[in-house]
Design a binder for this molecule. Structure first.
Ligand code: GLA
Length: 748
């Protein structure tokens, strides 16, 4: 039993393998938060908290005449609104009588076997059949607004999920103006906030900020989870690092705009809240109606960030991703985007397929430009039928020919978008978002389809169903290339426009769900102008997401480093592209590009016809090396061995959970004259074992002149030595050299 209730003290404890989360049903039905940290068994943690009369803090009527109890100072599971808690608020509600008030008191709770699920929102699931749910009901006794606070408990995974169902138990409508998924009060400690900011072509850069008394906001108002911030944040003890210290992760399972706020309050208590973005949000909750706030995946690590990342990686791979490919080896693909952009025809694609097949590539993905009159990014979106001036032989025949060469076939779509220059727009201009009397803002010359409309969903489903039924398509790259503006649905009355942004996301989920259910063998790769929708919501439908439109490997080190704090390497879409790189014009060795792309799904995004024979031979070696290690890379433990941009090289490691093998990866980002030694301490090995070393990239090294490769190289080193003394790499020279060293446990 991971959830226990002690009736005498009113304590509800949730225990995972190494964490405890505790709340108390206090006097007058106050639901107080007591503890989230290292596992402490069933100790009643209420002694941690002391009530005082805090002069300027208001007191609820039912504690009168005591002045010691105040919502403003009490640690709470889910705070109310407008009744004396002046900290950041998780809910904002306008009641039928016009008042802004909610005072939640405990009504009851249930401990249920299995994991709760949602109606229209994606969420994690109980893969092993051993999860439990805690459902706690609190109610505002004046208005009847009832909250079901949900906790999904995955004991072995050290994961607790949280979500809220808002129910109107009255006969009058109320208006939710903010309905967040989580609030967490931490009365003690000094914390930093880690968040992942970015831009198009440089997503998820790590930023760590000390929490001060200023409220901090991490958010996206773009209708997508966004390039600019990610719906994943970490609260870290000020002293925490990769291997030490407390940290708490919060990851929202949602693909639209979101908002997280932290407040260090007047008395040193920290509150973190997170949920759907409340800007342009207003939800009418009619009598008996329920609003579901998306899930937050929460994890606690007492051993720093590595352990926290491992918890998320395991959980996302096993309990968030679905379908045939969630744990399976993914095909090594070639994507024609950076090879051809819009300039291709069937002959070019078949030539690409010939080259790809001869290199050992397993799938060809036809990117943007195959449909409608799509010869540039100004037209065609919405017309999901083949562009016969380019694919003259027809799509079916093209795919058959590609398949005959031994390659699977994948295709790009961007269902949520529409160009004004398209048959679809000419027929249905009212299907695009536009505010009355205003010309909508174009982005990449495209507008956004109103995904709240059932007729739009039906049209898109019909197009995709036809495409997938008539053709042997085994992979879909599902793109979405702009932020949402001019959000206004013609199918919704003026008073409900505040629901449109969220209903848009529900529409996408409905469409993705139908596709995944009816075409369950298809591998979907999420995408959004690179990585603007890299979130756990999308991962419920696609086990991999194109990580960034920046394929420069030196930038990718930064992007993939930040991404892997929360998301597994198996989800990170990563390709080897041409040099000089198309985004930065930087030149890098083919070997380095592959070392970086191997820390992801691995594929190519270049024209192999332009490569030399030596480069082609190298690609063949890369593919066989990746296939040898992809199990280790995708399901092993991932360790960051350097802190990004702190040194002249970056290093990271994959190690199997049993410590029997490890792959060390290094890229020199700033080659040094008279170089300091690159000494790297490995992690996760068997201290008592002896490891045999194999430099997988030996022939690709450019050694500095001072290095003597003829010298004796140690080929066997103990796990203890590698973890404590480390491994010292040879002196690598040249432009951005890389190395991969494979360690295999030989004996104990
Ligand atoms: C987005 C994607 C790219 C490519 C283009 C095509 O930018 O991220 O990979 O598919 O669209 O237009």
């Amino acid at each position: 039993m991971s959830i226990t209730y002690l009736e005498n003290s009113g304590i509800i404890s949730i225990d995972t393998k190494s964490s405890t989360y505790q709340m108390r049903i206090g006097q007058h039905g106050f639901l107080q938060h007591l503890y989230y940290g290292s596992r402490i068994g069933h100790e009643d943690m209420s002694y941690l908290y002391r009530d005082y009369d805090r002069a300027c803090a208001g007191n609820p009527d039912d504690v009168y005449p005591s002045r010691r109890i105040s919502f403003d100072t009490m640690p709470q599971e889910y705070p109310g609104y407008g009744v004396g808690d002046f900290r950041v608020n998780a809910i904002s509600v306008r009641n039928a009588d016009g008042s802004y008030g909610a005072d939640f008191r405990y009504v009851g709770h249930e401990i249920i076997k299995g994991k709760y699920s949602f109606e229209g929102l994606p969420s994690s699931y109980d893969a092993a059949g051993d999860a439990e749910t805690l459902s706690v009901t609190v109610r505002d006794n004046v208005t009847g607004l009832t909250l079901e606070l949900l906790y999904g408990v995955f004991e072995d995974e050290d994961i607790i999920t949280r979500a809220v169902r808002f129910k109107n138990d009255s006969d009058k409508e109320m208006l939710l103006e903010r309905a967040f998924s989580v609030s967490l009060d931490i009365p003690y400690g000094k914390w930093d906030l880690i968040h992942f900011h970015g831009k198009h072509t440089l997503e998820r850069q790590v930023e760590r900020e000390e929490l001060t008394h200023l409220v901090k906001v991490v958010e996206s108002k773009r209708g997508t989870s966004s390039h600019q911030e990610n719906p994943f944040v970490i609260l870290a003890d000020r002293a925490a690092d990769e291997d030490h210290g407390s940290c708490i992760g919060m990851m929202l399972v949602y693909s639209g705009g979101f908002r997280a706020e932290t407040e260090l309050d007047q008395l040193g208590s920290t509150r973190l809240i997170m949920g759907i973005q409340d800007d342009q949000f207003e939800w009418h909750l009619g009598p008996g109606e329920v609003f579901e706030a998306p899930e937050v995946i929460m994890s606690y690590s007492c051993d720093g960030f590595s352990r926290l990342s491992h918890n998320y990686h395991r959980f996302i791979r096993n309990n968030v991703c679905r379908g045939k490919y969630k744990l399976a080896e993914r095909p090594v693909l070639i994507n024609n985007w950076e090879a051809t952009y819009f300039d291709f025809d069937d002959e070019k694609i078949l030539a690409l397929a010939d080259e790809a097949a001869s290199l050992g590539i397993e799938m060809l993905v036809l990117d943007d430009g195959w449909f409608g009159k799509r010869n540039s990014d100004d037209s065609g979106l919405g017309d999901w039928y083949v562009n016969e001036s380019k694919i003259r032989c027809g799509l079916k025949s093209l795919i058959e020919q590609v398949n005959k060469k031994g390659l699977k076939f994948g295709i790009w779509i961007e269902p949520e978008m529409i160009n004004e220059d398209s048959d679809l727009y000419r027929e249905h201009p009212e299907w695009a978002f536009a505010m009355p009397g205003r010309k909508p803002v174009r982005s990449r010359n495209q507008l956004v389809l109103d995904m709240t409309r059932p007729d739009v969903i039906e049209y898109l489903y019909g197009c995709i169903e036809k495409l997938l039924t008539e053709n042997n398509i085994e992979y879909v790259k599902w793109d979405m290339n702009r932020s949402l503006s001019d959000v206004y649905s013609n199918a919704t009355g003026p008073e409900r426009q505040g629901e449109v942004l969220h209903r848009y996301i529900l529409g996408i989920y409905e469409l993705m769900d139908r596709i995944c259910t009816n075409f369950s063998d298809i591998l979907i790769e999420g995408c959004s102008g690179g990585g603007a929708r890299f979130d756990a919501g999308i991962l419920c439908y696609s086990p991999q997401i194109w990580c960034s439109d920046d394929t420069d490997p030196i930038h990718r080190l930064i992007i993939q480093y930040g991404t892997a704090f929360g998301y597994p390497v198996s989800a990170v879409g990563a390709h080897v592209s041409a040099s000089p790189n198309h985004q930065t014009r930087r030149s890098t060795p083919l070997h380095t590009r592959a070392v970086v792309a191997m820390s992801g799904t691995f594929g190519y995004e270049l024209d192999p016809g332009k490569l030399s024979d030596d480069e082609k031979a190298e690609i063949r070696e890369q593919i066989s090396l990746f296939k040898k290690h992809c199990g280790l890379i995708h399901s092993g433990l991932y360790y960051r061995l350097t802190k990004i941009k702190e040194d002249f090289y970056e290093a990271w490691e994959f190690v199997s959970e049993d410590g029997s093998e490890a792959l060390l990866n290094v890229v020199v980002t700033d080659p040094q004259p008279n170089s300091p030694l690159m000494n790297i301490k490995l992690k996760g090995l068997d201290p008592d074992g002896v490891y045999v070393l194999n430099d997988e990239s030996m022939s690709k090294h450019v050694y500095a002149e001072a290095h003597n490769p003829e010298g004796e190289e140690r080929t066997q080193i103990s796990g203890d030595a590698l973890m404590n003394g480390g491994y010292t790499l040879p002196w690598l020279a040249g432009d951005y050299p890389a190395a991969q060293v494979y360690f295999v446990l030989e004996s104990k």
